[in-house]
Design a protein around this ligand. Structure first.
Ligand code: XLS
Ligand code: NI
Ligand code: NI
Length: 441
């Protein structure tokens, strides 16, 4: 199934670390066994349809730089023919890379219709195309989602819009996208709060808007159960951009939101590296917290530029950082329905079809190196050993009694006096642990 877009490039193969072939994997070997599992089954890579095939290369100062056969020419209207050409190129790339999954928004894959019904039937039409291509290539859907932020109707938010008609339109859109995700056997459904936030409190009622968001999510969860969609519903936290203040700020905020609406056992999080940084955290902080709270789901593996403070969605290339991220993923027991989605785009000067392949190859190789380093740290108990020691005191009978609620504050206080407890500080050994990590990366 060649779209012709990638020319006569052969499927990308693993050639080992010494290979100088830019179109080969040097670390990602899908079948290599890591901690008892194929690397492909650990990482569960997905390509993001929007960045690779829909985004034209614009920035705030200039428009399209990419020329793709499936883009409408200036003055031309985007048609279903364009959408199908795009799908051909997309599935050709998935097959060349051997990425097992992809992810998409409704707006990435079909041109907007003039009515809701027309947009919906176009989505069905492209779902037919996807279904056939998925069958042919074996590529699966990691998650589907709705674009509730690009069209001007959503400029003041979707579920959190002051206009109930926009809430309704967003609800209809999400219903449609869940239907299509279910039909394509998607393993998750993502809700990223595109413009669910605000620019100024002068025109915003926070209590009301977050209440609307809670109602919306409750309806989505009810619907999922009603139709028997088995995938996981995921919220993707982000602190800002496009709105100045996004409601789903970070993992902790999302957890509080889920608790408020009694949804903490229904919804998990899709954590994006770049969003974690925007929130003033590290990626591993967000991963560890989500795991600790029981809401870890999936990851978007794309980094930001540390200087600019924008969501620059660059392909990942910092192996030591990724090792710490996959350490948290493995520590949490690995992905269940989740995976590693490259929510990443090329830089706008990277015009060539090959650039798309090379970007993904590099990202996948870095993830593979990070995963392997993380797995070795886990197997050697390099960090978990010292961690266990650090908390060993809590194994004592008295400490356990405190934790299980069998001691009052007075009883604890009394024991401190009776046993003359004077705590002796111990080294946190941070540099020692950092040196250990650096032995693995
Ligand atoms: C934007 C988000 C978006 C989601 C999907 O910053 O990362 O791409 O992943 O809507
Ligand atoms: Ni993002
Ligand atoms: Ni994302």
């Amino acid at each position: 199934m060649s779209s012709g877009f990638f020319g006569d490039i052969k499927p990308i193969r693993y050639e080992g670390p010494e290979s100088e072939n830019p179109l080969a994997y040097r670390h990602y070997d899908a079948d290599e066994i890591v901690m008892g599992k194929r690397m492909a089954d650990h990482l569960r890579f997905a390509v993001a349809y929007w960045h690779s095939f829909t985004w034209p290369g614009g920035d705030p100062f200039g428009g399209q730089t990419f020329e793709r056969p499936w883009f409408a020419r200036p003055g031309e209207v985007e048609t279903m023919e364009h959408a199908k050409l795009k799908a051909d190129a997309a599935f050709e790339m998935f097959s060349l890379l051997g990425t097992p999954y992809f992810c998409f928004h409704d707006a990435d894959v079909r041109p907007e219709g003039t009515t809701f019904a027309e947009s919906a039937s176009r989505l069905d039409e492209i779902a037919d195309v996807f279904e056939a291509k998925m069958k042919e290539t074996g590529v699966k859907l990691l998650w589907g989602t709705a674009n509730l932020f690009s069209h001007r109707r959503f400029m003041a938010g979707a579920a959190t819009n002051p206009d109930p008609d926009v809430f309704a339109y967003a609800a209809a859109t999400v219903k449609k996208c869940i239907d299509v995700t279910k039909r394509l056997k998607g393993e998750n459904y993502v809700l990223w709060g595109g413009r669910e936030g605000y620019e100024t409190l002068l025109n915003t009622d926070i209590g009301r808007e977050t209440g609307q968001a809670g109602r919306f999510l409750s309806m989505v969860v009810d619907y999922k159960h009603r139709i028997g969609f088995k995938g996981t519903i995921l919220i993707e936290p982000k602190p800002q951009e496009p709105t100045k203040h996004q409601y789903d700020y970070d993992v902790a905020t999302v957890y509080g939101f889920l608790k408020r609406f009694g949804l903490e056992n229904e919804v998990k999080v899709n954590i994006e590296q770049g969003h974690a940084i925007l929130a003033g955290h590290t990626f591993e902080h967000e991963l560890a917290l989500a795991a600790a709270l029981g809401i870890f789901g999936s990851i978007d593996m794309n980094r930001n530029d540390y200087q600019s403070g924008w969501d620059t969605d660059q392909f990942p290339n910092n192996v030591p950082e990724m090792a710490l991220a996959y350490y948290q993923v493995l520590h949490a027991g690995g992905f269940k329905t989740g995976g590693t989605n490259f929510d990443a785009k090329l830089r706008r000067q990277s015009l060539d079809p090959q650039d798309l392949l090379i970007a993904h190859i590099g990202g996948m190789d870095c993830c593979a190196r990070g995963l392997k380093a993380a797995a070795r740290m886990i197997e050697d108990k390099a960090l978990s050993g010292p961690l266990e020691k650090r908390y060993a005191g809590w194994k004592s009978t008295e400490a356990q009694a405190i934790l299980s609620g069998k001691r009052t504050l007075e009883e604890v206080a009394e024991r401190v006096v009776r046993e003359k407890i004077e705590p002796q500080p111990k080294s946190g050994r941070q540099e020692h642990l950092e040196n250990i990590v650096n032995r693995y990366v």
